[in-house]
Write a protein that binds this ligand. Sequence first.
Ligand SMILES: C[S@@+](CC[C@H](N)C(=O)[O-])C[C@H]1O[C@@H](n2cnc3c(N)ncnc32)[C@H](O)[C@@H]1O
Ligand code: SF4
Length: 421
Amino acid sequence: MSGSACSASAVGREASASEPFSFRTLYRQRQTTPNFEGARLTLRRRVNFQVARFQRLRRHVRVAALPYVLTVDPLNGCNLHCPHCMTGAGKHGHDVTTLPRALYARLLDELAPTLLLVEFGNWGEPLLDRRLPDLIEAASARGLGTIVATHLSVPLDDAQARALVASGLNVLGVALDGARQETYEQYRVGGRLELVVENIARITRAKRRLHSTTPRIVWSYHVFAHNEHEIEEARARAAALGVDFAFSKGFVTGPDWDPEGRFPFIFEARDGEQVEPCSFLWERAVVSADGGVAPCLGAFSPEDDCGRLDGHTFREVWNGARFKEARRFYRAAPESLGSPEPLCAGCPQTVLFGDYRAHLAGGGTTASFAPGLTAHDGWNYFFHRARPRRLRDEPVSAGARRVPVSAPSPAAASLARRMVS
Ligand SMILES: C[S@@+](CC[C@H](N)C(=O)[O-])C[C@H]1O[C@@H](n2cnc3c(N)ncnc32)[C@H](O)[C@@H]1O
Ligand code: SF4
């Protein structure tokens, strides 16, 4: 589950869901449109962004704005077996397939006028799909920023490296969690660190030959207990390769490996920040390789999809019954709506927002709100909700509402790191 595109928790003003739409309030509450690398900021895109933000803060159930970030899996399989990833752990998700070209073209036709960014790679390895450069090129040609999230541990020749550069890709995020093979492979099971490094060098050479400044390559290091000692060595290797380096805390299933919060999660909020409704239900689209539209990056099973694009436009799904139901959870407690089953009902972000509203209603302030849920709880919620493959015929459970799979330690709770992407 990638969070690279839009993880900053924007702090908006507290807004009443019943406040009617007016251009005046829209103007008053406008925010700076994100400047995603490569995105052309047309007037229509800027307006759509403002309306999406506005409708999110007001928790509109039926929306006029379309998402401005699209995450799409060109292919939802992977050749590695990362133990804390649902794909790597062999959970039951969508059938492994590739995104139909016609469906992708139709999706771009519909969303490109308002989109800013396309991120390739959610629960699969995008570079296993050899059509990836073509898919990127189609997005670049429409003035969209593009990001690929890859482990890059796939054989790549010069022609493929060149095609990737020529596609116009803006950012290549390479997940490389170690400076040495024996450390790296503890999480990236089946991965070959030297192959990844070779590929980075190959793509860098292709950039040079094509006189291209893109893609910006980011060595993205997920920190775990087993690899924290190699961060500086990895940073030095990244510098020697001439690529950027970034690290964030890796999620694990079970107890948080770093309860003192020495390392920051990619999704992070601080004490005293306003909690906003989930960004995905108003601002971001997530499409699986089989055309399923998921409510967010954490959704893994087809049963949790909000609709499908074969036979429907994106907007039909976006304003369909399941998305509207999910948005209603931000206006009233899921139990009161008599529908605890969908993914969003028990999601820590929904729970956290409900707690925050109750805190304000009880006379508390944003500054005094101290939630106990963290991004770690979010990862565990999604992971444990997804069923193992062998149980694929059993019904989806209601999830782990309020009870994180591993209760946050007091230290973790007091650090109040929580999931507000
Ligand atoms: C599920 S992966 C799919 C893309 C690609 N296969 C990869 O691993 O980069 C999407 C994103 O989640 C990140 N990711 C995987 N396991 C993670 C973990 N345990 N903690 C934090 N991020 C993780 C990946 O590095 C990547 O940025
Ligand atoms: S490389 Fe990515 S998709 Fe593959 S198992 Fe690891 S995290 Fe999951």
